[in-house]
Design a binder for this molecule. Structure first.
Ligand code: GTP
Ligand code: ZN
Length: 327
């Protein structure tokens, strides 16, 4: 199964005349690069070289008032999804992924599970945030649906980013808790449409709208499509240091995991992993084998099972889906 092309390991001397930069926005194959001094320049790929994504450290060569990407430095990780037809990279060199869902619209547990598996596969720490806690009833329902994820050890937050009653301001303590989790890290925000991603960006990065307008204006020549992913520095360090970054990503319909080997799935699901160690066969698929630790946990009646019926169903469906596309 093809992975997105990874840049070669760094170590070679930098191409002469090139400068270092960080990709802070992506639009099609073109990117906006920020220099160490904080200047921003539009850079274009040279030829058919692999695609730079937000979060990439690159070497670029100035040409007139724009630049060309000469080299993409080695990545510590790349968060991506792979649908049947194509691979879609979100961002590189991430510390964590904040999965933002909300009391309304009701979140899809399948999408949540898929995003968590993609993060685990790249060793990126996921955080689950449930927004709209001001909508008491749907919030309580959604929070209860998340119980298995809390039990498997994921960090979980409740938020009211932009409460409906305008009299209720965003909860400062919640915002402080969130900021503490983000500080000094690069965090990709991922979530279904309507969960509150733009509200979150606007809360934490008050100048986000202006920055977005500036980027659009810089690209106003009409040759570029609109920006799809943007990195914002969160103005939380006080001294103007750029250490805390929030990366905004476009919404998606499907979260394809075609890059994942079905035999590895259980490794990326903490509730399964804990019990797969008890399986009789080392290559147990946890679908039908005798002596399977996972199946016996799912069927256990003595106490509430550590593997919920929903998670087991999602696993079985994913296993079938990913096995079909293997050749
Ligand atoms: N009740 C309630 N509504 C909220 C809260 N946070 C955001 N909203 C509302 O939810 C709706 C969606 O918020 P957005 O920030 O636009 O969500 P988004 O994830 O950026 O959505 P897309 O732009 O479709 O990707 C808006 O009408 C917000 O006002 C909250 O804490 N409580
Ligand atoms: Zn098993």
């Amino acid at each position: 199964m093809s992975k997105p092309a990874r840049p070669p390991r760094s170590g070679a001397a930098p191409v002469s005349g090139t400068r270092a930069g960080l990709v802070v926005a992506g639009f099609g194959r073109h990117v906006l690069v920020e220099t160490d001094a904080g200047e921003r320049v539009i850079c274009h790929p040279r030829g058919k070289k692999s695609q730079a994504v937000v979060g990439d450290r690159i070497r670029w060569l100035p040409s007139e008032d724009e630049g060309t990407i000469e080299k993409i430095e080695a990545r510590s990780n790349l968060f991506y999804r792979q649908d049947e037809m194509r691979t879609k990279s979100f961002a590189a060199n991430l510390d964590q992924v904040l999965i933002l869902i909300a009391a309304e619209p009701e979140f899809s547990e399948s999408q949540l599970t898929r995003a968590l598996i993609a993060a685990e596969a790249e060793r990126i720490t996921p955080i689950i945030a449930l927004n709209k806690s001001d909508l008491a009833e749907p919030f309580a329902r959604a929070w209860a649906r998340l119980a298995p994820y809390r039990a498997m050890g994921y960090q979980m937050l409740s938020l009211a980013i932009k409460p409906r009653a305008s009299a209720t301001p965003p909860d400062d303590a919640q915002t402080a808790e969130l900021l503490a989790l983000l500080r000094g890290k690069k965090t990709l925000v991922l979530g279904p449409s309507g969960a509150g991603k733009s509200s979150l960006t606007n809360l934490l990065v008050p100048q986000a709208r202006v920055l977005t307008a500036e980027i659009s204006q810089a690209l106003n020549s009409g040759k570029h499509t609109t920006t799809s992913t943007t990195l914002y520095w969160v103005d939380a360090d006080g001294d103007g240091a750029r250490n805390t970054a929030l990366i905004d990503s476009p919404g998606f319909q499907e979260f394809g995991l075609h890059h994942i080997d079905p035999m590895q799935l259980a490794n990326y699901m903490p509730d399964f992993k804990a019990h797969a160690q008890d399986c009789r066969f080392y290559n147990c698929t946890h679908l039908h084998e005798p002596g399977c630790g996972v199946i016996s946990e799912v069927n256990s009646t003595s106490s509430p099972s550590a593997i919920s019926a929903n998670r087991y169903r999602l696993y079985s469906e994913l296993f079938a889906e990913l096995s079909q596309t293997r050749y």
